[in-house]
Design a protein around this ligand. Structure first.
Ligand SMILES: [Cu+2]
Length: 280
């Protein structure tokens, strides 16, 4: 509205100018509030979405800095070996009734919360927690399969990076990766699909579940250094080519938890460190 027109209106109706001005002011305030509100919403949405939108590779730098592990030529290393034992209450399996995909999965499933083989705990993760340099990563191929409605292997050890998830079953699975440091993944995997690539850049003990078959559970251990190993039959493990020094060695099992001991490694010698869950 031109100033002349306003003046004219003012003459005709003295109160009108004030009303117009007031209305304009209210509209402006509303607009401004709307803009401020929109900005808040945008910032909020951005904060929620951004971590998911940034590809994991972008954050490699910070992950590498946090892990701070340097690969070097190890000469004059020593060995650490021992057993993961269990002397607690007898381990009973959890039983799950199968309500769908019976032809692939069977009618009932049994899951042992601790796997004992030849008197020792198998698939426990043993690692040096505070080693900052040493041998190169040499873990088995980073592949997990879904076979007969079970994740195989149950515990997979990987170096930070990519792994493949397969489904060789004739039914669909719906994987859910729960990690405290890596991105959460929720994904349906129908039969006969190409391998799904999962990227886990930051060290963690990530849990993988199937949202269709409740008994299906596995763990992906993203190692922060190359000195990680899974215990085998009899609970036995061996860590080789360890640079001489004093370290904290840890063991983790999904049900039993974590234990720590100190170990001193000397050139050409084997230090024996065993753990016994169920005894104090
Ligand atoms: Cu499944």
């Amino acid at each position: 509205m031109q100033k002349d027109e306003r003046d004219l209106l003012e003459v005709l109706k003295p109160d009108f100018h004030f009303e117009v001005a007031n209305q304009e002011e209210t509209t402006m305030t509303r607009k401004r509030n709307a803009i401020i509100f929109s900005l808040f919403v945008l910032v909020g949405v951005a904060l929620i979405l951004l971590p998911g939108l940034i590809p994991d590779g972008v954050r490699v730098v910070s992950a590498a800095a946090a892990a701070s592990y340097t690969i070097t030529q190890v000469s004059g290393g020593g060995t650490i070996a021992g057993k993961i034992l269990y002397s607690g209450k007898p381990v009973r399996p959890k039983r799950f009734p199968v309500t769908q995909d019976v032809s692939t999965c069977g009618k009932t499933r049994e899951v042992y919360p601790v796997k004992i083989e030849q008197g020792g705990v198998t698939e426990a993760v043993v690692w040096l927690d505070d080693i900052t340099g040493g041998k190169a990563f040499n873990f088995p191929e980073p592949v997990m399969d879904q076979k007969n409605c079970e994740f195989v292997p149950h515990v997979l050890l990987i170096q930070p990076g990519a792994m493949k998830m397969l489904n060789t079953d004739l039914c669909s699975h719906s994987i859910h990766v729960l990690s405290s440091t890596n991105r959460e993944v929720n994904l349906s995997i129908p039969p006969k699909t190409a391998p799904t690539v999962l990227t886990l850049m930051r060290p963690d003990q990530a849990m993988v579940r199937c949202e269709i078959h409740k008994w299906m559970e596995a763990y992906v251990i993203v190692a922060k250094n190359a000195y990680y190993v899974l215990s085998g039959a009899g609970g036995a493990y061996t860590l080789t080519d360890v640079p001489p020094g004093k370290y904290h060695i840890k063991v983790w099992q999904e049900t039993l938890g974590t234990r720590t001991q100190e170990v001193t490694v000397e050139t050409g010698k084997t230090a024996t460190v065993s753990f016994n869950f169920g005894s104090k």
